[in-house]
Design a protein around this ligand. Structure first.
Ligand code: LR7
Ligand code: MN
Length: 573
């Protein structure tokens, strides 16, 4: 399918749009910077239209820095240009009182103009970089539950004021069943002055994932841009994102997420070359791009940054591509994990996630969610993550469960039906998680097992062996005594696992939900580090080789007993 921008003539989506002064100013600026190049550009483009992935020509006009707030309405108001605001001592009680409404300084937010100016924090070359005239239009989707009034307004105004009108199809506010009255009639009334703003109301709490899906379902723009409801888009934020999608519809660009202080509401610049990553068990984090890579690829501060995982809240995506990818797993509840899901899906199924340094958006980072979770927060998030792990992680899902989510494998934990998600991955012929690690996130250390090789007894230098489904203790022989020590504590040879002895002959078919196959070894930080410890209901027991060297038995643990000490040939953690 062709890119929407190729089939839709410039501005056709925008028929009803009434021209205002800002529009005219934009047109003038575009005309000035591109009048001569435009015809030529059009010709060359039509030649390459057949192939939508072909790298396009550079753009034709400079990014529009059409920021009306640069000469603010009220220059003396607090917080202008993203300055920190110090509240006087006698206001502290009020600050405290209102803090929990949003888990940030709500009192202060209410004092700062909803259209305050921001410092232009882009790398200097960004204002010179060129973008195309016929970029796709976007629907901006904010979903929110019980968002603070002034913050929600500031988010919306920042989009209205700093987006070229011809590229902003609409702003969709999805109210995820808020309980606050001001988010009803008062919000409708306020927003009615902006023809581009639409409000969608959900009649039960869906959580941010399904709320975003509800917004996307009614969006008219060619691109979807998702934003949190407590952000401020900075100068020139939109065009660099859309330009990237215009170049390649499978690119999913994210702005640099800058920090709006939860305490003094100041707008803070973040370090260059940061990318989104995850650590086990699927915990999102920021890490600098490896120094070596910056040098090798001669990266400059304005170059797009390939990003293994997105933070989740702020990105643009071609609408058709979003649906080709099956959008979000609608089985994800309330909050959490959807950023992992969409990131793995994008990379493994042929797309790319990038941070675009020329696009910058501030976000209020809060210590706590200011809204209630319909069910327990931890259980909601871990259920979401387990869904993602089951669908996308292949054999690496053991690393996820092995980092603190062992209990999720319990047969009575219900993570819902995954049939459709698994089918989708097949249908899209997505690559393996191993491919993702090797190609997208090669600096991630992810050994598939904790240890492997022979399992040698320190006291009596013989090894564990499985023979006809029985656990034996024999002269070491690498050909037949190779075991894995897995993230879930299994001592495994192919499909067989060493079992706690009371449970039979010491060997059982491996099954991650069986606690009787779990042995603590090595990572267990105690004097028993190299023992195989079997945890009983009230005590610990250890695997021991009989001093004469024939038999194995289970007995109470003794830290200094060498006949209870076992070593794998290789350890990876
Ligand atoms: O049930 C809900 N319904 C909603 O509509 C819960 C939340 N929401 C709304 C909420 O009002 C807000 O606008 O969804 C948006 C995101 O919720 P936040 O602001 O509580 O999330 P966060 O900023 O703490 O968390 C990050 O991770 C989330 C995981 O599900 C989402 O992906 C958020 O969008 C994401 N935020 C960012 O990426 C901003 C940068 C944070 C970082 C790192
Ligand atoms: Mn947020």
């Amino acid at each position: 399918k062709a890119h929407p921008a190729e089939t839709t003539p410039h501005n056709s989506h925008n028929k009803e749009h009434v021209k205002n002064d800002q529009d005219k100013a934009v047109e003038k600026q575009v005309a000035l910077t591109s009048s001569r190049m435009f015809t030529k550009e059009k010709e060359t483009q039509s030649k390459s239209k057949a192939n939508s992935t072909a790298v396009r020509n550079p753009g034709v006009h400079k990014v529009l820095a059409m920021d009306v707030t640069q000469s603010p309405r009220d220059a003396r108001a607090v917080g202008q240009f993203g300055q920190a605001v110090i509240v006087s001592k006698d206001e502290n009680a009020e600050v405290k009182k209102r803090w929990d409404e949003g888990h940030f300084n709500v009192y202060l937010s209410d004092k700062i103009p909803v259209d305050r100016a921001l410092p232009d924090t882009r790398p200097p070359s960004c204002s010179e970089s060129l973008v195309h005239n016929d970029l796709p239009s976007t629907s901006v989707i904010f979903c929110f539950v019980d968002e603070v009034w002034s913050t929600l307004l500031r988010s919306v105004h920042s989009v209205l004021n700093r987006s070229p009108p011809h590229l902003l199809a609409e702003i969709i506010l999805v109210d995820d069943f808020s309980t606050k009255d001001y988010l009803k009639g008062q919000l409708d009334e306020y927003m009615s002055q902006f023809p581009k703003v639409r409000i969608v109301r959900l009649n039960e709490r869906q959580g941010l994932i399904r709320a975003r899906l509800a917004g996307a379902a009614v969006a008219k723009g060619e691109v979807l841009t998702f934003l949190d409801s407590h952000i401020e888009c900075n100068v020139g934020w939109l065009e660099p994102l859309l330009e990237r999608i215009y170049q390649d519809r499978k690119k999913v660009p994210c702005p640099v997420i800058e920090v709006i202080s939860d305490k003094d509401m100041s707008y803070m610049l973040v370090d260059n070359f940061q990318r989104g990553i995850f650590k086990w068990p699927l915990v999102f984090g920021w890490r600098p791009v490896p120094e070596e890579q910056i040098k090798r690829t001669k990266m400059t501060p304005s170059d797009p940054i390939r990003c293994p995982v997105m933070a989740g809240g702020l990105f643009s995506i071609d609408k058709n591509y979003f649906y080709e990818l099956g959008a979000y797993d609608p089985g994800l509840d309330v909050w959490g994990g959807e950023n992992m899901e969409i990131s793995f899906k994008i990379w493994m199924c042929g797309g790319e996630i990038e941070i675009i340094p020329c696009s910058r958006v501030g976000h209020i980072f809060r210590g706590q969610n200011p809204y209630k979770f319909p069910k327990n927060k931890q259980r909601t998030v871990e259920r979401n993550l387990a869904r993602v792990a089951e669908v996308w992680l292949d054999e690496y899902k053991e690393l996820f469960y092995g980092h603190g989510y062992q209990h999720m494998l319990n047969k009575n934990v219900d993570i819902g039906d995954l049939t459709e998600q698994i089918q989708l991955r097949k249908k899209l012929q997505c690559k393996s998680f191993k491919w993702y690690l090797d190609n997208v996130y090669p600096d991630m250390v992810a050994p598939i097992v904790k240890a492997e090789g022979l399992v040698l007894n320190v006291g009596f230098r013989k090894c564990l062996e499985l023979q006809n489904g029985v656990l034996l203790f024999e002269v070491c022989d690498l050909n037949k005594q190779h075991f894995n020590y897995t993230w879930l504590g299994k001592v495994r040879q192919q499909d067989l696992c060493v079992a706690h002895f009371e449970q039979g002959n010491g060997v059982q078919p491996c099954d991650n939900s069986k606690p009787e196959l779990r042995w603590l070894h090595k990572t267990y930080k105690s004097s028993l580090a190299d023992h195989f410890i079997m945890e009983g209901p009230s005590h610990q027991m250890c695997l021991e080789a009989e001093p004469q060297g024939g038999a194995l038995y289970i007995t109470s643990c003794e830290p200094t007993n060498n006949f209870q000490k076992w070593q794998f040939t290789h350890y990876y953690v």
